[in-house]
Design a protein around this ligand. Structure first.
Ligand SMILES: NC(=O)c1ccc[n+]([C@@H]2O[C@H](COP(=O)([O-])OP(=O)(O)OC[C@H]3O[C@@H](n4cnc5c(N)ncnc54)[C@H](OP(=O)(O)O)[C@@H]3O)[C@@H](O)[C@H]2O)c1
Length: 288
């Protein structure tokens, strides 16, 4: 297949590598140049503009920061890749998915929202969960690529356009609440005079186990610079969750507020576990 892959960030680069390795004819593009090196070594071509990257593409994969980033490239995709299938792997929320599908359909392109569950290691290993939203024949084609970066058993056709993005928001809302919740558990322990290492050990044997299995070293070292999923992405997703719901998600709003405070405290490019660390240590400097 002739594939254009737009967005070579932490997730996009390893996902695109699977497509190249599978033997497809891949042209990559990234807003900031200089990120295509390894992919070019594998056999990809680099497009110097969106228009150049998508020319003649049958499928255009987007793996961008969020809805604004997709909006910034979509007009060039639509103009440059007539008839193509757009597979949008970015986390954008259902409203934007409907907007982008409508824009694509109006000009004869096809659109599937295809957000992923899992982070950089599963992206590198090709074991991500992938949610697909769209018409059956569009999803069938999208699936041919999604199984390259996803675990085939976890590549799920969820429903029509937007359904996959809706499901993805529920996944990340839970992670955001967990990050903030643990921060407050640690603060509670601190206030009650519990040793931090003991507390982390015991909490790692509770419902926080999955999260601490990944984030414990960062939280212990109070160093969140080795980001896989950054605070700004989590803030974007919590904001999408709050604005997508008809009802008032009060807890999620509080967690969004904490994510914003973590950003304001200078943790922008850091891992979202910095939300835990920031909440735990706010106002104190006694090891928490
Ligand atoms: N990291 C994870 O663990 C993870 C897991 C599941 C889903 N996701 C989702 O996957 C998507 C990508 O995440 P990531 O971790 O790869 O993020 P990232 O490393 O921050 O990469 C973001 C990408 O978006 C591009 N971009 C940002 N604003 C843009 C704009 N206005 N126009 C064009 N391109 C723009 C960036 O280009 P530049 O290089 O020029 O900045 C970069 O290629 C996000 O929607 C995220 O929520 C991430």
């Amino acid at each position: 297949m002739k594939v254009a892959f737009l967005g070579l960030g932490r997730m996009g680069a390893p996902m695109a590598a699977h497509v190249v390795r599978a033997g497809h004819d891949v042209t990559v593009w990234n807003r900031t140049s200089g990120k295509a090196g390894d992919l070019l070594d594998l056999g990809a071509t680099e497009g110097l503009s969106v228009a150049a990257a998508v020319a003649d593409a049958e499928v255009v994969v987007l793996m961008l920061f969020g809805p604004d980033a997709v909006r910034a490239v979509l007009a060039d995709v639509i103009a440059g890749a007539p008839g193509a299938l757009v597979v949008d792997a970015s986390t954008i929320g259902p409203e934007a998915a409907h907007e982008f599908a409508k824009a694509c359909h109006a000009e004869g392109l096809r659109y599937v929202d295809a957000p992923v569950a899992g982070s950089v290691k599963p992206a590198t290993d090709g074991t991500l969960g992938v949610f697909l939203g769209g018409a059956a024949d569009d999803v069938q084609l999208a699936r041919e690529l999604a199984v390259l970066w996803g675990d085939p058993d976890r590549v799920l056709h969820v429903g029509g356009v937007g359904s996959a993005s809706a499901l993805k928001l529920c996944v990340n809302q839970g992670l955001g609440v967990m990050a903030a919740g643990l921060g407050e558990s640690l603060r509670l322990g601190r206030d009650l005079g519990i040793d931090k290492d003991l507390l982390l050990l015991v909490l790692s044997q509770t419902a926080y186990g999955w999260y601490l299995n990944q984030k414990l070293p960062m939280i212990q070292a109070d160093d969140f610079t080795a980001a896989t999923f950054s605070v700004d992405l989590m803030a974007k997703d919590l904001d999408l969750a709050v604005t997508s719901a008809d009802s008032d998600l009060e807890v999620t709003r509080a967690c969004l507020d904490q994510a914003k405070r973590t950003l304001a405290a200078g943790h922008s490019g850091e891992d979202y576990a910095a939300i835990t660390g920031h909440l735990a240590g706010e106002g104190e400097a006694n090891g928490y």
